[in-house]
Design a binder for this molecule. Structure first.
Ligand SMILES: NC(=O)C1=CN([C@@H]2O[C@H](COP(=O)(O)OP(=O)(O)OC[C@H]3O[C@@H](n4cnc5c(N)ncnc54)[C@H](OP(=O)(O)O)[C@@H]3O)[C@@H](O)[C@H]2O)C=CC1
Ligand SMILES: [Mg+2]
Length: 341
C-alpha cells in the first residue's frame, strides 16, 4: 500500500515539477511531509539534522567563524551507537525545512545523552541560543530560532490540557493529538507589537530593567486577546509612556524565540510634537527618552563594549541587526535623512 502511495506521490510531484517554480514545489513537498507520516519517516533516512542539547544548538567554530553543521542520518546513528541507543531516536526529530533539491532538514534534541561525549565526537559545542543567534551567519539564525521554538513547544505540550492524557505527535512534529479528547494541538506563537514612536524629529526608545546595561529599544508588548495590531500599538504606547498615537504604519515582522516563540509585528507610530511629554510606567520600564537623529546615529555605531565609559556608566546603544528593533531604528534614520536632503 505504502509503495503504491509513494509511486502516486512521485508521479504527482513530477507533474508538479513541470508546472511550478522551485519555491512552490518546495513548499508543496514540505506540506506533504507534514501530512504523510510514512513519507516523512522515509525522508528522515535521507535528511540532514541540526543537533540541539536541552534546546541549545550545536555549533562548530572554524577560525573566528561559527557554523551550524548539518549532520546526515548515518552520522546521527554513529553518535547513538556510542551511547548504545537505537536509531529510533531519530523519530524524535522535527521537520524544519528542506533544500531546493528537496533534501529535508530536521532538528533533533539529544538532551538526554551526555553532552561532552557528543561535543568531542563532533568537534564543536552546544551553545546557548541567545549567543548562537548573534554569532552564526545571518541566514542560519531564523532557522535555529524556529527549530528551537518547535522543539521547545513539543517539550511543553506533552499532555492534553483538557484530559491530562499524553498527546501523540505526527512524524514531522507539526502537531500533537490527544486521542482521548480528539483535540489537535498546533505549535503556537504569541503576537507581540514593537513600535518606534516618533514626534516628527525625534524617536522614543526605552529600557526594561532586564535589558543589558546601556541598551535602549523600541516599545514592545504582547497583544491582548481580541485586539488587532493597531489597537495593541495604541494601548502599549499609552500604557508604557502615556502618549496617544496619531497614526501608525506597518514595517515588517519577525519570529523571535524569546521567551518562547513570539511573532514580532513592527510598526512606526507618530505622536503630536505638542503632546510628546513622556509619562513612564515604572512597573515596566526603567528609562524612556526622546533621541535626536545625531544621538541615534552615534548609538548605532556603538557596540556594548565600546558603550562602557571609564566611570562604569554606559552610553546608549541599540539592539543588534538580528533584532527587528534595529531595522525600525535604521528605517527612521533613513526617513529623517531623506527629509533633510
Ligand atoms: N526582536 C526584537 O527586536 C525585540 C523583541 N522583544 C520581545 O518582545 C516580547 C514582549 O516584550 P515586552 O515589552 O516584555 O512585553 P510586555 O510589555 O507585554 O510586558 C511583558 C509582560 O507581559 C505579560 N504577558 C502578557 N502576555 C504574555 C505572553 N503571551 N507571554 C509572556 N508574557 C506575557 C508578562 O507579565 P507577567 O509575567 O507579570 O504576567 C510579561 O512579563 C519579549 O519576548 C521580548 O523578547 C522586545 C524588544 C525587541
Ligand atoms: Mg513592554
Amino acid at each position: 500500500m505504502a509503495a503504491i502511495y509513494q509511486a502516486v506521490y512521485r508521479r504527482a510531484s513530477s507533474l508538479i515539477c513541470r508546472l511550478h517554480s522551485t519555491y512552490v514545489r518546495k513548499m508543496r513537498y514540505l506540506n506533504v511531509l507534514k501530512e504523510d507520516d510514512s513519507l516523512c519517516r522515509q525522508a528522515q533516512t535521507s535528511g540532514t539534522f541540526y543537533l540541539f542539547h536541552n534546546l541549545s544548538p550545536f555549533l562548530q567554530k572554524v577560525g573566528e567563524k561559527y557554523f551550524v553543521p548539518q549532520l546526515s542520518a548515518a552520522e546521527i546513528k554513529r553518535i547513538l551507537e556510542k551511547f548504545k541507543e537505537t536509531e529510533q531516536w531519530i523519530e524524535k526529530s522535527v521537520l524544519i525545512g528542506c533544500s531546493d533539491e528537496h533534501i529535508p532538514h530536521f532538528a533533533l534534541d539529544l538532551g538526554a545523552l551526555e553532552k561532552s561525549v557528543i561535543e568531542s565526537q563532533l568537534k564543536g559545542s552546544f551553545t546557548n541560543l541567545q549567543k548562537a543567534l548573534f554569532v552564526v551567519d545571518g541566514k542560519d539564525s531564523p532557522l535555529l530560532a524556529s527549530a528551537q521554538s518547535l522543539l521547545q513547544w513539543h517539550n511543553s505540550h506533552q499532555y492534553c490540557s483538557k484530559t491530562g492524557q499524553p498527546t501523540q505527535r505526527n512524524t514531522a512534529g507539526s502537531k500533537r493529538v490527544c486521542h482521548a479528547s480528539g483535540i489537535t494541538y498546533y505549535p503556537q506563537m504569541s503576537p507581540v507589537i514593537i513600535t518606534l514612536v516618533s514626534d516628527g524629529s525625534r524617536c522614543l526608545l526605552a529600557r526594561q530593567p532586564s535589558f543589558p546595561q546601556g541598551m535602549y529599544s523600541a516599545l514592545s508588548g504582547f497583544c491582548d486577546m481580541g485586539e488587532n495590531v493597531e489597537e495593541a500599538v495604541h494601548r502599549e504606547v499609552a500604557e508604557e509612556v502615556g502618549l496617544e498615537v496619531e497614526s501608525l504604519w506597518y514595517s515588517a515582522s519577525q519570529h523571535w524565540p524569546f521567551p518562547s516563540s513570539c511573532l514580532m509585528i513592527a510598526c512606526h507610530a507618530l505622536v503630536r510634537a505638542q503632546q510628546a511629554e513622556i509619562s513612564m510606567n515604572k512597573l515596566e520600564l526603567e528609562e524612556a527618552h526622546w533621541f535626536g537623529l545625531e544621538e541615534i546615529m552615534e548609538g548605532l555605531k556603538r557596540q556594548p563594549r565600546s558603550a562602557k565609559q571609564n566611570d562604569g556608566s554606559f552610553l546608549p546603544w541599540f539592539p543588534p541587526k538580528q533584532a527587528i528593533a534595529h531595522q525600525l531604528i535604521c528605517e527612521w534614520v533613513k526617513q529623517q535623512t531623506s527629509q533633510l536632503a
